[in-house]
Design a protein around this ligand. Structure first.
Ligand code: NAD
Ligand code: USQ
Length: 410
């Protein structure tokens, strides 16, 4: 298959590109290096060193004799999107290329506007390019379980049958997202569903849970193939953060009561799920939704699992939740569609946590302890980060590219 991976320089996009390339697909990656720009803006870095995209691709070619095409540009630039599709001619597009941090989107108005314009406009440009050039292209779009929020009823996969005043219909499942980032995914889903309806496009929305882990069969082949690993208070996700906190002797930062329950999955299952979606495309005009996670845990449970596995002393610290979210709630979400297609989950076993602790331990000298505490407060319209000047939108350079994520926001 000819597959374009958008966001192919990111945490999940890069290992996905390698995985698909190794399995015989012709792969192209698209990225504007915005993610590297957020690091410069925040003054943080991936714990595991990462080389630039061109070096990664060269190393992959050297090791595997397989080529990956690189397209550097911004999805919010419609001509770039259109020209890239016309040049690569994909049969499928896997779309990871969005600003994906909930705290980043809640820093202040500028970051909220940036996140929604970047994500929603980028996806709209892509939908138009597909509709204009080849409506048969299968769009595999990364959504999020956070689109649903935490309702007091079971969460279904995308749609729910509702009977209202004696009449019944199958409707999109109600959405109650918890950040302007998560809202951008809801807006994307609505736009993609509409595009499928009016233009007959085929799309799969992968409502993914929180990903943990770092290594894949391909990324371990050479240090230059490593993917990024974030642990800071803005981009680090919960389980990855807890592992770094344990090995550095930092208390494990459980926000609030810790009853927040989330769907989780191993990075290896992200790759497997994307492949399954690609091999079983949606029908023309179909907007298909899969809930992409394998297990659910509360934040407190995850902290306790890490404490139990860590050989040294690790302590859990509850602090006031900087987010506005339910700290104790019902959570039961369907996730059978990918299992039905053949997903064989990698569960959160003791050995998986041990391997994450080993990776973080290897690089612990590079941890910036000052970057660990949460700095973004949901209730404030201008969080400490922005007013302290460290997140004011200053430009930097990354791999020779000028990067200022917020340059386009008034
Ligand atoms: P990431 O930030 O590491 O990667 C995203 C990549 O997209 C970055 O390399 C970035 O530079 C690029 N990008 C962003 N905006 C772009 C634009 N306008 N044009 C071109 N490139 C652009 O994020 P990730 O963790 O790899 O997540 C990938 C996708 O998966 C995101 O859409 C995210 O919402 C979704 N997701 C991630 C997780 C997780 O736990 N990491 C969980 C659920 C869903
Ligand atoms: N949390 C803590 N302590 C921490 C970090 C987080 O208690 O140190 C809590 C948060 O308050 C939240 C939960 O852990 O309740 C998850 O937070 P997170 O930062 O790990 O994940 P989230 O903000 O939801 O975002 C991540 C990805 C995002 C993706 C989403 C999937 O960054 O791209 O969409 O996971 S989901 O959660 O299913 O929406």
């Amino acid at each position: 298959m000819d597959i374009l991976v958008l966001g192919g320089d990111g945490y999940l996009g890069w290992p996905t590109a390698l995985y698909l390339s190794r399995r015989g697909h012709r792969v192209g990656v698209v990225d504007n290096f915005a993610r590297r720009g957020y690091d410069l803006e925040m003054g943080v870095d991936s714990l595991v060193p990462i080389v630039n995209l061109q070096q990664r691709v060269r190393r992959w070619h050297e090791i595997s004799d397989l080529a990956i095409d690189v397209f550097v540009g911004d999805l919010t630039d419609a001509s770039f999107v259109s020209e890239t599709l016309a040049s690569f001619k994909p049969e499928a597009v896997v779309h990871f290329a969005e600003q994906r941090s909930a705290p980043y989107s809640m820093i202040d108005r500028k970051h909220a506007v940036y996140t929604q314009v970047n994500n929603v406009a980028g996806t709209l440009n892509l939908l138009y390019a597909i509709a204009e050039q080849n409506r048969d292209i299968h769009l595999v779009k990364l959504g999020t379980m956070g689109e649903y929020g935490t309702p007091n009823i079971d969460i279904e996969e995308g749609y729910i049958e509702i009977t209202h005043r004696g009449r019944t219909d199958v409707l999109p499942y109600p959405k109650q997202p918890g950040s302007f980032y998560h809202l951008s995914k809801v807006h994307d889903s609505a736009n993609i569903m509409f595009a499928c309806r009016i233009w007959g496009i085929r799309a799969t929305d992968l409502n993914q849970g929180i990903v943990y882990g770092h290594q894949t069969e391909e990324t371990v082949l050479h240090p230059d193939l490593a993917t990024r690993f974030d642990y800071d208070g803005v981009f680090g996700t919960v389980l990855n953060r807890f592992c770094v906190q344990a090995v550095t002797g930092h208390p494990l930062t459980v926000y609030g009561a810790g009853g927040q329950t989330r769907g989780m999955l191993n990075i290896l299952d992200t790759l497997a799920c994307v492949e399954l979606a690609l091999h079983h495309p949606a029908d023309p005009g179909e907007f298909r939704v899969f809930n992409q996670f394998t297990e659910s845990f509360s934040v407190q449970e995850m902290a306790e699992l890490v404490v139990a596995e860590y050989s040294g002393d690790a302590v859990i610290e509850h602090s006031q939740d900087p987010r506005v979210e339910k700290e104790d709630h019902y959570y039961r979400a369907a996730h059978t569609k990918l299992l039905d297609l053949g997903l064989n989950p990698h569960l959160l076993t003791s050995s998986v946590i041990q391997s994450m602790l080993a990776v973080t331990d290897k690089y612990k000298a590079a941890v910036d302890l000052a970057a660990i505490r949460p700095t973004v407060e949901w209730r404030s319209t201008a969080s400490g980060l922005a007013t302290s000047g460290s997140a004011g939108g200053s430009a930097g350079t990354s791999g020779g590219t000028e990067v200022d994520p917020l340059a386009s926001v008034n």
